[in-house]
Design a protein around this ligand. Structure first.
Ligand code: FAD
Length: 384
């Protein structure tokens, strides 16, 4: 049976980008149709490092939201820095200016989703909802779901991740697919010498260009993963799951994993990296987070940028409705705001990633330099 619904804004996706957007619309009075193909709690393949800019975004939306995150969300570890280790085992520990966190995404995303629903009561949910068709015209947007529901909205916000349906239907194709990253991760318990407030990123000989990580989680668990830029995966025919298993059992790491246990599940997904000025809006739509390709290419972090873009989208939506403007040229100011905030750092990170990708000597050299010079360390710290 077909049921028609009317909303001001349809937000597709309830990950960090979607939740930030819903939270930032809390006082707007706009009627929101919030669509996700999952129900919550739902898992998301990730390294589970929650960057410190998450706290900044929550504070900007409302300082109380950040207080709640810090005081009420208990499924997190506090992370004080990151250890970088080069192929020749040179290493340095970077202390973050603002502490970050680590939390399984199944818990973190659920917390954000619940908090967004508590603070914004103008939401109608469509969960476990697959989109069948999506169309925009000068009079509005229409989304047809597989369960028969039809949603009419004035604006659509695509927060639906790397393989965004909204982007594929409405935006011009993005150019950098081969520059994106693919990564796999598994959960382990009891990894030896785990520092419980430090992320570890290792560049491993014979598995370059790629990065292996060990991120501590609550209860003596660790998120262990390996990622590589798509271009190099294709060139070297690397199987990421096999590479992860080989690294864990290699001479360099086998002692640390000797008594570690895992459920054996290795999951993988793509990282939609930023650094190019792709069009992220158009007639009656905006894209946020991974749908807009905003992951930091060097660190692989995307949660914070997803939330930043979700907040900016909300700000833009409010002015769309104030001015009753929903066309592509008006929406282009959203692109400008997002790229003003994020593009410079994304471009620097993309440059650094390319520069160091398969230059083992450079990584060894750079890590030695960084570990010795406070000035260089300060420059690196700015990225975290
Ligand atoms: C292996 C890996 C490791 C990573 N590690 C880190 C890390 O340690 N730290 C970090 O900051 N970032 C990390 N990232 C990046 C981070 O996961 C993303 O940047 C972040 O999840 C983006 O949030 P989002 O809200 O844009 O999208 P998502 O979190 O992907 O949320 C998208 C939502 O949309 C829903 N959806 C998708 N398609 C549809 C559809 N057709 N209809 C309805 N709903 C739909 C999904 O169910 C989901 O709930 C990692 C990514 C990967 C793959």
């Amino acid at each position: 049976m077909q049921t028609e619904h009317h909303a001001d804004v349809a937000i597709v996706g309830a990950g960090p980008a979607g939740s930030a957007c819903v939270m930032a619309l809390k006082e707007s009075g706009l009627r929101i149709a919030w669509i996700d193909k999952s129900t919550f709690p739902r898992d998301k393949v990730c390294g589970d490092a929650i960057p410190s800019n998450v706290q900044r975004v929550l504070k900007q939306i409302d300082p109380l939201l950040n207080e709640r995150f810090l005081n009420q969300f208990t499924e997190k570890l506090t992370i004080e820095g990151c250890r970088f280790v080069s192929p020749d085992l040179s290493s340095f520990d970077l202390t973050f200016t603002t502490k970050g966190h680590a939390s399984k995404r199944i818990d973190f995303d659920h917390f954000l989703f619940d908090m967004a629903n508590e603070v914004n009561s103008s939401v109608t949910h469509f969960l476990k909802a697959e989109i069948k068709t999506l169309a925009v015209s000068s009079s509005g947007a229409k989304i047809e779901l597989h369960d028969g529901n039809i949603i009419h909205a004035k604006m659509i916000v695509g927060c639906d991740g790397t393989n965004s349906f909204v982007r594929k239907k409405l935006a011009k194709p993005f150019v950098q697919k081969h520059e994106n990253i693919a990564a796999v991760r598994a959960y382990y318990s009891n990894v030896a010498d785990l520092s419980h407030n430090l992320l570890e990123i290792h560049i491993v000989k014979n598995y370059m260009p790629g990065y292996f990580w060990i991120f501590p989680m609550k209860n003596n668990a660790a998120n262990v993963g390996f990622g590589m830029v798509n271009k190099y995966i294709a060139q070297s025919s690397t199987d990421l799951k096999i590479a992860l298993k080989e690294i864990v059992s290699s001479e360099r790491f086998s002692q640390r994993f000797k008594d570690a246990t895992t459920d054996g599940v290795i999951s993988g997904y793509g990282l939609a990296c930023g650094g190019r000025k792709n069009p992220i809006s158009g007639e009656r739509f905006l894209l946020c987070g991974d749908a807009a390709s905003l992951i930091n290419p060097a660190t692989g972090e995307g949660i914070g940028n997803a939330m930043i873009s979700g907040r900016i989208a909300a700000q833009h939506l409010i002015s769309c409705f104030e001015k009753q403007q929903f066309n592509a040229s008006f929406n282009h100011s959203y692109d400008k705001m997002v790229y003003k905030k994020l593009l410079k750092d994304l471009r620097i990170q993309r440059f650094l990633q390319k520069l160091t990708a398969d230059r083992e000597w450079l990584i060894n050299f750079a890590l030695k330099k960084v570990s010795r010079h406070e000035f260089v360390r300060e420059q690196v710290r700015k990225f975290f």
